[in-house]
Design a binder for this molecule. Structure first.
Ligand SMILES: [Zn+2]
Length: 172
């Protein structure tokens, strides 16, 4: 998984380098898959969850670009995580990882949860690396040692639950 992450970082960095040219301020979606499973998850999430669609719209209107990858999880790693991967003059880039060892509906819930964290980062323009991203969650979140970075935010918890309710309602 570590190697996987390293490879993905390179992919994202390359995507950023391409994006750093004249096309930087295109209307391309700001939530982008970084692998095939991530693309499948995004498609399913946007189809089944209004919450996921709303979060993607919010992110489209920000300077934050989110790459989504679904992959196997490293030992002791959380089921989902967000981290800062870089920035250009006009945009900031984060990577959201979702474990493929979770149930499909749970993955959509985790996607909504992490996209809410991305929205939190998007609103905080001073967040420009992993350190400041961690500072943001420590500032707006509450201590939860079981979570990534040791903090969780109320908004992300609620958004995850909201997405879960939508999936349950759709499944009826
Ligand atoms: Zn969280």
């Amino acid at each position: 998984m570590r190697n996987n992450v390293a490879v993905l970082s390179v992919v994202v960095t390359m995507a950023m380098a391409v994006g750093a040219g004249a096309t930087e301020l295109t209307r391309d979606p700001h939530v982008r898959p970084a692998n095939q499973q991530g693309a499948a998850l995004m498609a399913e999430g946007q189809e089944k969850s209004q919450t996921v669609r709303d979060l993607a719209t919010k992110l489209d209107q920000s300077d934050l670009v989110v790459y989504v990858v679904t992959a196997s999880r490293a030992p002791n790693a959380p089921d989902s995580a967000i981290r800062f991967v870089g920035r250009s003059k006009a945009q900031r880039f984060v990577l959201v990882q979702i474990s493929n060892e979770t149930r499909p509906d749970q993955r959509i819930e985790l996607l909504a949860h992490e996209l809410q964290h991305a929205v939190e980062a998007a609103r905080s323009t001073w967040v420009n690396d992993n350190h400041t991203l961690g500072m943001l969650f420590a500032h707006i979140g509450w201590k939860d040692p079981s979570k990534q970075g040791g903090y969780e935010t109320t908004a992300a918890s609620l958004i995850g639950r909201q997405a879960r309710r939508e999936l349950v309602a759709n499944g009826r």
